[in-house]
Design a protein around this ligand. Structure first.
Ligand code: GLC
Length: 343
């Protein structure tokens, strides 16, 4: 064999070896020991179906998921949906914490609609304040709910991901590293290869991701939410005490404003490298009571800066108070959509 033939054979062996550790359509995250995770392509640009299934009952907060949305989401250029779900409102109080069958069927249908459009899906357990207030008292129930969900969704394709708890907070801040590790163990019994999204403590706010600890597992994603500056993004939000006084706050995209975003996203990106996992900005958005041009500027800047750091994002949210889509007129807010997906 001449030199060129040997070189070509060597190249094929290296290529084969690298393919063996990947699955079609995506690149596996590097193991926890690596400092430079391989690019993660399963998620890139997504949108949260907020204010639907994370209400105690779907419709309580004004929105029910519609099948037609998924085509609109796909056509706009998003590649995934994050579905916040208040599973705790649909699970029994006593072991084995059975999940209401009709509700499960409803979620199955919705997941099917998303997959039919070739959208990846994050099943996010959202709004379990009882656990955050009393982890000791509610921990077994959270574990039981996930044991049931993991069993139920075990045969789903790999582009269905699990997120065990949105925005841990309160008393859960002190124990979520350990509880998340246990939840991962429970999920792994039935879903050895499922991608699992783990939220940072204290409402998934940056910079609290720096306290995240993850068990050794090569299919984990670290998630944080980016709502800074909060007085801009949440001005006038009814659920934020006293935030009416920030109405009129603009985001001009000054050097200082951009630096604040950059610094926070750098913390997230660096922590991902340290943990050896991809980072997902699972929520970011600015409430509709703010100045529209500012919202567009901020959204565009945050999205591009996440992308520049190789971090996937999920806009908060599709069609409610932060919405990029008007579900009655069946139309996108064109400038906000362009801020998210410029092409
Ligand atoms: C969190 C909350 C959600 C809220 C959003 C923005 O995800 O669960 O209800 O709208 O943050 O504040």
């Amino acid at each position: 064999m001449n030199k060129a033939a040997i070189a070509s054979l060597l190249a094929s062996v290296i290529l084969l070896a690298s393919c063996a550790s990947t699955v079609p359509g995506q690149t596996r995250a590097a193991s926890a020991s690596s400092q430079t995770p391989a690019p993660f392509t399963l998620l890139r640009r997504g949108v949260n179906l907020g204010n639907c299934l994370e209400a105690p009952n779907e419709g309580d907060w004004g929105f029910k998921v519609q099948q037609a949305w998924f085509k609109a989401i796909k056509d706009a250029g998003f590649d995934h949906v994050r579905i916040p779900i208040c599973w705790s409102a649909h699970a029994a109080a006593e072991p084995p914490y059975a999940i209401d069958a009709a509700f499960l069927q409803r979620v199955d249908d919705i997941v099917g609609w998303a997959l039919a459009q070739n959208l990846a899906v994050i099943l996010d357990l959202h709004n379990y304040p009882e656990y955050c207030a009393d982890p000791k008292g509610q921990r077994q129930r959270l574990y039981g709910i996930w044991e049931n969900l993991a069993e139920h969704f075990r045969d789903m394709p790999e582009n269905v991901l699990f997120e065990p708890l949105n925005e841990p907070n309160g008393a859960a801040d002190a124990c979520f590293n350990e509880d998340a590790a246990e939840l991962i163990k429970i999920i792994r019994k039935t879903n050895p290869d499922r991608w699992i999204v783990v939220d940072g403590v204290h409402w998934s706010n940056l910079p609290n991701i720096t306290s995240m600890k993850l068990p050794k597992d090569d299919r984990l994603i670290a998630s944080v939410h980016m709502y800074e500056p909060i007085k801009f993004t949440h001005q006038g939000a009814e659920w934020m005490d006293g935030y009416d006084k920030y109405l009129g706050t603009k985001w001009e995209g000054s050097g200082q404003e951009k630096r604040q975003v950059d610094d926070l996203l750098n913390i997230a990106a660096n922590m991902g490298k340290k943990l050896g996992v991809p980072v997902y900005i699972g929520e970011f958005g600015a409430y509709s009571k703010g100045d529209h041009d500012s919202r567009v500027r901020w959204t565009d800047y945050v999205a591009r800066q996440c992308e520049a750091r190789g971090m996937a994002w999920g806009y908060w949210e599709f069609c409610a108070g932060f919405g990029v889509y008007d579900s009655v007129a069946k139309q996108y807010d064109k400038s906000l959509l362009k801020a998210l997906i410029p092409e």
